[in-house]
Design a protein around this ligand. Structure first.
Ligand code: PEP
Length: 248
């Protein structure tokens, strides 16, 4: 059975003063029945990991380079992120795919690098609005999933996030039936490729998750948690989502 995970992605938001939100969350969740993660900008990984070190909340990164070291100005390797205090790395977020032209092959290389560094990868997939309106959502997600993952996986070190691009930061959310359809297809695709261990892979939904809609989303079959953007910036909002996952 897949473990449950509430993951927050701060994106390019936050300076030192915002670490108070992480501290508030750590005060509220001294223990939890679910896994909890915050992915701040790279500049805050080390101080956040320090603040969260005695809490059940992990610290992660939002991207990495696929090489371990070398002449890649401005990039950060998975090993360096681990050294900074990260235990998870998000790969293939749609904003990276769009803003940095990251292909599925790039995402696969980065995911391999994350796993090689002993960290857990959260691999993101999801269709655009045009692709959904054309009736291609299932096909797009299926293809992204197959092309973005390594041939060999460790179920304890891999998480998949279904994030329809049109639902990210827009307040729009697919119907529960649409989420269920994609998640069932992802589980079937992963089982066909990796066998029974696919049952242990957490499948997250991401896209405008809020405390007010989290319980309904977590009640959908094969939804094992959420990847949360905007609502993870404030401890009170993210706490509501974590509590909904604990209760699910
Ligand atoms: C995200 O960036 O992964 C995301 C889901 O953002 P939001 O929750 O703000 O839609």
């Amino acid at each position: 059975m897949a473990r449950k995970l509430a993951a927050g992605n701060w994106k390019m938001n936050g300076v030192t003063a915002n670490l108070a939100e992480a501290a508030a969350l750590a005060k509220e969740f001294v223990a939890s029945s679910v896994d909890i993660l915050l992915c701040p900008p790279a500049t805050l990984i080390t101080p956040m990991a320090q603040i969260l070190k005695d809490s059940p909340i992990a610290t992660g990164a939002q991207d990495c380079h696929s090489n371990e070291s070398g002449a890649h100005t401005g990039d950060i390797s998975a090993a360096q992120l681990a050294d900074a205090g990260a235990t998870y790395v998000i790969t293939g977020h749609s904003e990276r795919r769009a803003d940095h032209s990251e292909s599925d092959a790039d995402v696969r290389s980065k995911t391999e690098a994350v796993c090689a560094a002993g960290l857990t990868a959260i691999v993101c997939v999801g269709e655009t609005l045009g692709q959904r309106e054309a009736g291609d959502a299932l096909k797009v997600v299926h293809g992204q999933l197959l092309r973005s993952l390594p041939d060999e996986i460790d179920a304890t070190k891999l998480v998949i996030a279904y994030e329809p691009v049109w639902a990210i930061g827009t307040g729009k959310v697919p119907t529960l039936a649409e989420i269920a359809e994609i998640h069932a297809d992802m589980r079937a695709t992963l089982t066909e490729r990796f066998g029974d261990i696919a049952a242990d892979l957490p499948l997250l939904y991401g896209g405008s998750v809020k405390p007010s809609n989290a319980a309904d989303i977590f009640a959908v079959a094969d939804v094992d948690g959420a990847l949360v953007g905007g609502a993870s910036l404030k401890a009170a909002d993210f706490a509501g989502i974590i509590s909904a996952l604990e209760a699910s």
